[in-house]
Ligand binder design. Sequence first.
Ligand SMILES: *[C@@H]1O[C@H](CO)[C@@H](O)[C@H](O)[C@H]1NC(C)=O
Ligand SMILES: *[C@@H]1O[C@H](CO)[C@@H](O)[C@H](O)[C@H]1NC(C)=O
Ligand SMILES: CC(=O)N[C@H]1CO[C@H](CO)[C@@H](O)[C@@H]1O
Length: 331
Amino acid sequence: CRMHILCAVLLSALLALCHSTSDLNEVWSQWKIKHRKDYDNQTESAFRRAVWEKNMQLVLRHNQEASEGKHSFTLGLNHLADMTAEEINEKLNGLKVEDFDFRNYTFKEANGLSTPQSVDWRKNGLVSPVQNQGLCGSCWAFSSMGALEGQMKKQTGILVPLSPQNLVDCSTNDGNYGCRGGYISKAFSYVIRNGGVDSERFYPYEHQNGKCRYSTAGKAGYCSNFHILPQGDEKTLQAAVASVGPVSVAVNAMLPSFHLYRGGLYNVPNCNPMLINHAVLVVGYGTDRGQDYWLVKNSWGTAWGEEGFIRLARNKSNLCGIANFAVYPTL
Ligand SMILES: *[C@@H]1O[C@H](CO)[C@@H](O)[C@H](O)[C@H]1NC(C)=O
Ligand SMILES: *[C@@H]1O[C@H](CO)[C@@H](O)[C@H](O)[C@H]1NC(C)=O
Ligand SMILES: CC(=O)N[C@H]1CO[C@H](CO)[C@@H](O)[C@@H]1O
């Protein structure tokens, strides 16, 4: 973490030297090459450049403040830096708000079992590599498959990445909308109804809606049920993550500081727990310099955050609503 802050400060210093337009042009060119950006026409390019410059101002100001100890995390010009917050929320954050009766949660804390101080399921091989959902609102499919991968690994001893594309293409009858959004619970409903889900290898991700081509030949996961945790209860979420494995959750990912998150412990005063729009996966938790955090896997590629992960403040009044809709499957 210290490393991230140092790098960010150095980068800020370098960028601060870039006063002249020609230097800024160079930074822009490098950024476009790094993130493989190619715009259709001059109008589009000029618009993207303006958005990128605005985001750069935000990143520089924030990181300057972080270096003064005002923030516990830094921002960076990742691959989303040429998009407005509105565009990101419209195109990437396709989680539908669940209409469950949360009184019916079924997770029972094991009596007498003390919850460990920290958990990181990556160390136990329960977490597959981070993927990039692209400009497709399929977060719900990545989150749910991530939770199922963990349970399958516990059962079989083998970690097999499962296919979010299978969910995107085949679960419309269960109430999902492919790249236009979906529900974590209805992803599990599909797997139960369908009797399985294919592996990522057999049914690779395509960044867009396609024709359903599920085949039992590629089946690598299954589940028989799923369980919802009591709403807003971080203590129970902690116990579930510790005893069950990775848990699917929904968060408020609307803020530019979330979009451009680079590293550190994400903690902001204004992340409303009621405005949930993005599905992610809690893969652990811990404490850093006295502040508790959730270890969360996103599906925005490894250029985002800490190699694709974010550490989000835990036990801070349900920050960003992380414990508002937590669910995990059982085999
Ligand atoms: C430029 O590209 C954008 C995005 O691809 C497109 O929406 C727009 O219509 C194009 N404008 C012109 C003048 O071709
Ligand atoms: C949350 O923090 C408060 C004090 O900051 C502490 O009293 C409480 O036990 C913590 N709760 C959990 C679930 O860690
Ligand atoms: C789907 C389901 O099981 N719903 C039940 C949730 O719990 C209430 C009582 O608290 C029942 O009335 C519902 O049938």
